[in-house]
Design a protein around this ligand. Structure first.
Ligand code: NAD
Ligand code: MG
Length: 300
């Protein structure tokens, strides 16, 4: 570990480089963190746990890379046992994340599979509960984002796949998980600033994120009867493989994040503390909220 951790006071503008001057060319979707240049920070060297999730059991989708990896590392360092899910093609990233999780001494497992399949979603939840003994925290974080310049180029296939990944899977996984979740449990859905300030070129993606925001609030009101809290996190521009595999037009990658007041892209590590807060009992009176982590882009 370096001396700096998430508590070290510093100028947030200079905490990470402005823009991504070396940002390399696109990768095929879904992209790997292994090939991301410059590298993203998931808190591998810096996140310091303080027992905030001691004994909790967490299922995190898209936990191999990006925001999901940062959340998984933080949860494990805070004392949670963790199951991560990701696609078979992401095994390299998944294995690397799993190693970091196991190094904490917590129980950590990966369950590989495609969440656009309802049956797999049900089996993912069941397998996770079998391995962990409970599901106290569910992080619906997996997502698909493909930039398309013209409406005419947006195929039905892409539209359906984006909806299946971002919103149908969230419904299927949540529906399967809720009966296994005790009072005090927390569900956290990754939505986006795109839910509030949708970009042209992300018609399918931004509309799923709008759906996730409403889904989160509606579900929260439904599940508080069981003592389960439901919240969302809306990230701004964060440097992850998602952006480098067609999430942005290639020519925009170098300046990615430059438009927000902070003047730079965020790093996955900067998201993790918000998920820890929403997962832990510290946020006991917080439900049906969407928390922005946007570099100043802010939610309405
Ligand atoms: P990422 O590529 O690292 O993570 C996305 C993950 O989704 C992948 O690792 C993959 O495991 C998973 N996934 C995609 N399709 C899947 C499928 N069919 N089955 C199983 N898993 C699948 O990128 P990220 O940016 O960390 O994305 C995490 C979340 O953050 C997504 O919901 C994304 O929409 C959201 N988000 C990202 C940004 C950003 O700027 N990076 C901004 C706002 C919201
Ligand atoms: Mg990945």
């Amino acid at each position: 570990m370096t001396e700096k951790n998430q508590y070290t006071m510093q100028d947030p503008r200079e905490q990470y480089p402005l823009h991504n001057p070396k940002a390399n060319d696109s990768q095929p979707e879904p992209a790997l963190d292994k090939k991301l240049d410059p590298k993203a920070d998931h808190g591998e060297e810096s996140y310091q746990g303080a027992g905030r999730l001691k004994g909790r059991k967490a299922l995190i989708t898209g936990g191999d890379s990006g925001i999901g990896r940062a959340v998984a590392i933080a949860f494990a360092r805070e004392g949670a046992d963790v199951v991560i899910n990701y696609l078979e093609s992401e095994e390299k990233d998944g294995a690397e994340t799993l190693k970091i999780l196991k190094d904490t001494g917590q129980q950590a497992y990966s369950i590989v599979g495609d969440i656009t399949d309802e049956k797999f979603c049900e089996s993912l939840v069941q397998q996770a509960a079998d391995k962990l003994g409970s599901i106290d925290i569910l992080v619906n974080n997996a997502g698909k984002q493909q930039f398309v310049k013209e409406l005419a180029d947006l195929t039905t296939e892409q539209f359906q796949k984006t909806y299946a990944t971002n919103i149908f899977a969230m419904f299927w996984i949540t529906k399967a998980a809720v009966p296994l979740m005790p009072a005090g449990a927390s569900i956290i859905n990754t939505t986006s600033i795109q839910s509030y300030q949708p970009s042209p070129g992300l018609l399918d993606y931004s509309s799923t994120k709008g759906a996730i925001t409403a889904f989160t609030k509606s579900l929260a009101k439904m599940l508080i009867e069981k003592g389960i809290r439901v919240n969302g996190v809306a990230p701004g521009p964060i440097w992850t493989p998602l952006q480098q595999s067609g999430g942005q037009p290639e020519e925009k990658l170098k300046e990615f994040g430059g438009q927000v007041p902070m003047g730079r892209a965020g790093q996955p590590a900067e998201l993790a503390p918000m998920y820890v807060y929403l997962a832990s009992q510290e946020s006991s009176y917080v439900t049906a909220e969407i928390m922005g982590v946007t570099g100043g882009g802010h939610l309405p």
